[in-house]
Write a protein that binds this ligand. Structure first.
Ligand SMILES: Cc1ncc(COP(=O)(O)O)c(C=O)c1O
Ligand SMILES: N[C@@H](CCCC[NH3+])C(=O)O
Length: 419
C-alpha cells in the first residue's frame, strides 16, 4: 500500500507538472518526436531507493545504459549517485558529465581485453565476467589493482526471456559452479577482489528474487577475504500503468538490509551494498512526444499513425512492452474511442494496442510513457530517419539537452566512391 501510493504520487506530480501547457509548449518549440525527461521524478526515485535502504551503507551506481544523455548523467552526479558503465564509450560520457574515475565501475560482458585496459588506464574499477579475462587481468596487473567479479548465480528473474540474465543458461557472469576455478586464479595472481557482483535481470517484480541471489553471493563471499562491496545489480520493476505490479522497494529494503547486516556481522566487516538500477531511476521520468500523422479508419478498427516508431522506441516491438499512451492535445476530453497506435516505419511497428482515448485528430500531440529508460539509448537511424531531440525539465525549467539530428549526421561517416 505504501509502495503503491508513493508511485501514484509520482504519477500525479508528473502529470500535474508537465501535462498540457509545458508539454505542448515543448512540442511547439522543439518539434516532435521529442524525448522529455522530468528531473524531479528522477530525484524522487533516488530518494525513495535511499529511504528503503537507509539501514545499510547502500550506494547507487546508475546503470547509464538506460539513458546516457550527459545532462541526465550530470543530474545523477548532482544527486550523489555514482555510475555503472558497460563500454569505454559510456565511461567517456560519464567523465564528460563530470564523474571522477573513482565514481565509475565498468561492468564488462565478454568485451575485448583492450576495453578492460582502456578503463583501467582511466582509473576506473573493472568488473570481470569470465575466467579467461580474469586470467589476463592477473597476468597484466596481478595484485596491483582492485577488481570486481561478476558471477552467474543461477537464479532466474526478469520480465521476459530476453532480459533475464542470472539463470543457468545465461551468457552473463562466471557460473557459480566455477567457484573453484575463480579461487585458483585469485591465488595464482594474488588478485585483489574487492567486490562481487550479480545482475539477475530487468523488470523483476518479486523482491524475493533479489534475496535469493543475495544468498548465493553471501555464500560465495565467505571465500574472499578482502571484500568491500557486494553489488546486487539492477532490475527493479517499475509500473507501466496505474496499479501495475512493481518491486516492493520498501519491503525489499527491510528484507535485504536485515540479511546484509547479518552477513556483514559474520564476515567481520561493514561492506557497502551496491545497486545499479537503470529503469527504476529513469523510466517513469520520460515521455516520448509524437504527432499524429494519420488517422486511419480501417474496417477492423482505427489506427493512429504517429511520426515515430521502433526506430525511436523499440521496446514494444522487441519485448512486447506495454507503454501508456495519452493524447495531450485532448487531455480534458473523455476517453471514448478505441485505437491501435502504430509507427511510421516500413515494418510492423506497433506502439500500443487497443487503447481507449479521446476522439483523436491528425496533428494531435501524443505522449508515450515510461520512455526515460532504454528509449533514446536503443534508438537507431533505421529508414534513415533522424533520432529525436531531448529535453530535460528540472525544478521548473526546461533545457534542450540534445538537438534533433540532421542530414549531416546521417551522411557524416559515409564515403561516396567513384564507380
Ligand atoms: C549488469 C547490469 N546492471 C544493471 C542493469 C540495469 O537494469 P535495469 O535497467 O532493469 O535496472 C542491467 C540491464 O539489465 C545490467 O545488465
Ligand atoms: N533494454 C531492456 C533492459 C536492459 C537489458 C540490458 N541488460 C529493456 O528495455 O527492458
Amino acid at each position: 500500500m505504501v509502495c503503491y501510493s508513493s508511485i501514484l504520487l509520482i504519477f500525479v506530480f508528473y502529470t500535474f507538472q508537465m501535462e498540457n501547457t509545458t508539454l505542448l509548449e515543448l512540442a511547439e518549440n522543439y518539434g516532435t518526436p521529442l524525448y522529455v525527461y522530468d528531473g524531479d521524478v528522477i530525484a524522487a526515485k533516488v530518494e525513495r531507493l535511499r529511504a528503503a535502504f537507509k539501514e545499510v551503507n547502500m550506494k547507487i551506481k546508475y546503470a547509464c545504459k538506460a539513458n546516457t544523455n550527459i545532462s541526465v548523467l550530470a543530474l545523477m552526479k548532482k544527486l550523489g549517485v555514482d555510475i555503472d558503465v558497460v563500454s569505454p564509450q559510456e565511461m567517456k560520457l560519464a567523465l564528460s558529465a563530470g564523474f571522477s574515475p573513482e565514481q565509475i565501475t565498468f561492468t564488462s560482458s565478454g568485451v575485448g581485453f583492450d576495453e578492460i585496459e582502456a578503463c583501467v588506464n582511466e582509473g576506473v574499477l573493472v568488473n570481470i565476467d569470465n575466467l579467461s579475462t580474469l586470467e589476463k587481468f592477473g597476468q597484466k596487473y596481478g595484485s596491483s589493482l582492485p577488481v570486481f567479479i561478476r558471477i552467474r548465480p543461477n537464479v532466474a528473474g526478469g520480465g521476459n526471456e530476453k532480459i533475464s540474465t542470472g539463470h543457468g543458461n545465461s551468457k552473463f557472469g562466471i557460473p557459480i559452479e566455477q567457484k573453484g576455478e575463480i579461487l585458483k586464479l585469485v591465488n595464482k595472481y594474488q588478485l585483489r577482489i574487492v567486490g562481487l557482483h550479480q545482475h539477475t535481470g530487468s523488470d523483476i517484480k518479486d523482491g524475493s528474487t533479489f534475496v535469493q541471489a543475495a544468498e548465493v553471493m553471501f555464500e560465495l563471499a565467505k571465500d574472499f577475504d578482502n571484500l568491500q562491496y557486494l553489488d546486487f545489480g539492477g532490475g527493479f520493476k517499475v509500473p507501466y500503468k496505474e496499479g501495475d505490479v512493481e518491486t516492493d522497494m520498501e519491503d525489499l529494503g527491510v528484507q535485504l538490509s536485515a540479511r546484509f547486516k547479518a552477513f556483514c556481522a559474520s564476515y567481520g566487516r561493514e561492506l557497502e551494498l551496491w545497486f545499479e538500477p537503470g529503469k527504476y531511476l529513469v523510466s517513469e521520468s520520460g515521455l516520448l512526444l509524437a504527432s499524429v500523422n494519420v488517422v486511419k479508419n480501417n474496417p477492423n478498427g482505427t489506427l493512429l499513425g504517429l511520426n515515430t516508431g521502433l526506430n525511436h522506441l523499440i521496446r514494444p516491438m522487441m519485448y512486447d512492452a506495454y507503454h501508456g499512451v495519452y493524447n495531450i492535445s485532448k487531455a480534458k476530453e473523455e476517453a471514448s474511442k478505441r485505437y491501435n497506435i502504430v509507427g511510421y516505419m516500413c515494418e510492423t511497428d506497433d506502439i500500443a494496442k487497443d487503447r481507449t482515448l479521446p476522439e483523436t485528430e491528425e496533428g494531435d500531440i501524443m505522449a508515450i510513457r515510461n520512455a526515460g529508460a532504454y528509449g533514446f539509448t536503443m534508438a537507431s537511424n533505421y529508414n534513415s530517419r533522424f533520432r529525436p531531440a531531448e529535453v530535460l525539465y528540472y525544478q521548473g525549467k526546461s533545457h534542450l539537452v540534445r538537438k534533433r539530428e540532421t542530414m549531416e549526421d546521417i551522411l557524416k561517416n559515409q564515403i561516396l566512391i567513384e564507380l
